[in-house]
Design a protein around this ligand. Structure first.
Ligand code: HEM
Ligand code: HEM
Length: 128
């Protein structure tokens, strides 16, 4: 499957999970998971959709190995961040324990973004 389509499916899945959490928050009048909801939708849904659009419009599968690593980094970082935030705001685990995990998840999401920038720059060079 092409990476634009993979990102489209992942992005829409994050959207459904994020909206379900938003609906649960609204129904229960308990907004403690607001930050989890925000990142599930913005790092999960919106950023994945952006990556899908970038793949479709500009990348044309020219760097498949890097694309695979980038896809894994983004999804690994995003899911770890979302689960970590959920556990944090649910007060299921102490912040001292979750802090380093959230830090690593953030660095992984950032690495995915840096790799996407690298692919965009590299593809521009290959086009010439
Ligand atoms: C079924 C759809 C949705 C429902 C029921 C829902 C529900 C909620 C609720 C109850 C809050 C907490 C508000 C507060 O405490 O001030 C919230 C906050 C938020 N939602 Fe949603 N939401 C939905 C869709 C979305 C979507 C699609 C996005 C973004 C793509 C989004 C982004 C945000 C953000 C960024 C916040 C935090 C806002 C802030 O901190 O001021 N939500 N949402
Ligand atoms: C490495 C990635 C990211 C990290 C480490 C990060 C970290 C944070 C932190 C620490 C907060 C404050 C949470 C609090 O008030 O307790 C926050 C809030 C927020 N971030 Fe992020 N963020 C990241 C990516 C993003 C992205 C990509 C977006 C949007 C596209 C985004 C949108 C927001 C929004 C809207 C809020 C306010 C949420 C609220 O207060 O309800 N973040 N983020």
């Amino acid at each position: 499957m092409r990476y634009d389509r993979k990102y489209l499916i992942c992005g829409l899945t994050y959207a459904i999970a994020g909206m379900a959490l938003g609906m649960a928050m609204a129904a229960s009048h308990n907004h403690e998971q607001r930050v989890t909801h925000a990142h599930l939708l913005l790092v999960g849904f919106v950023t994945s959709m952006m990556y899908g659009i970038i793949h479709n419009l500009w990348l044309n599968e020219v760097t498949p190995r890097v694309a695979k690593v980038q896809f894994i980094l983004h999804n690994l970082g995003a899911t770890t961040m979302i689960i970590g935030l959920f556990l944090l705001f649910q007060q299921a685990l102490p912040e001292q324990q979750l802090g380093p995990i959230l830090g690593m998840a953030s660095a992984t999401v950032m690495a995915g973004m840096l790799l996407m920038l690298w692919m965009v720059i590299k593809t521009g060079k290959l086009d010439k």
